[in-house]
Write a protein that binds this ligand. Structure first.
Ligand code: ATP
Ligand code: MG
Length: 151
């Protein structure tokens, strides 16, 4: 149940959102079904939201949207944060890669979040896309097949 999952995720990130005075909105399509490892899907959402929080200045906006298109379910996390330079975009899924080492040291991550997300997406035969504009914000979208065909 995707709605229930999103409710749990919301509870986990809400505190950090409030601390940075971010406006957090959630849009989940009704009646969504997804055959997947729900703990893993939760981890995708939490990792993406964690980035949105860390790389968005105070009073910014973060949106989580989950919807269906044809045979896939898309999970999109969009923020109004610092964005990512074009040169860095191809590397952000690498393990331990962080865009601005000096700056990101303050946020105390390890550079594993997106590598984990990418791995989970691949295991589910999904796809991941990222759009970003420095100084404007970032949108990361994960596409998962609604029905997972196990071999
Ligand atoms: P960890 O997730 O392990 O705590 P991290 O957030 O640095 O550490 P990733 O989640 O893999 O690692 O992200 C890699 C890098 O991509 C980040 O260090 C940051 O520079 C950049 N990045 C990721 N998401 C965003 C975002 N929403 N806005 C701006 N930059 C981002
Ligand atoms: Mg991260």
């Amino acid at each position: 149940n995707v709605k229930e999952l999103v409710r749990e995720v919301k509870l986990i990130v809400e505190h950090k959102m409030k601390k940075k005075d971010l406006s957090f909105s959630v849009d989940v399509e009704e009646g969504l079904e997804l055959t997947a490892d729900m703990e893993k899907i939760k981890q995708i959402m939490i990792n993406l939201l964690d980035n949105a929080i860390n790389y968005t200045p105070e009073k910014g906006r973060v949106n989580l949207e989950v919807k269906r298109s044809d045979d896939t379910v898309s999970i999109q996390v969009k923020d109004s944060g610092i964005g990512i330079e074009k040169d860095a975009l191809p590397r952000i899924f690498e393990r331990f890669y962080r865009v601005d080492k000096a700056r990101s040291r303050n946020t105390g991550g390890t550079g594993l979040g997106l590598a984990i997300v990418k791995h989970i997406v691949e295991v589910h035969d999904g796809d991941i896309q990222i759009e970003s504009e420095p100084g404007q914000g970032t949108a990361v979208t994960v596409y998962l097949p609604k029905v997972r065909i196990d071999d």
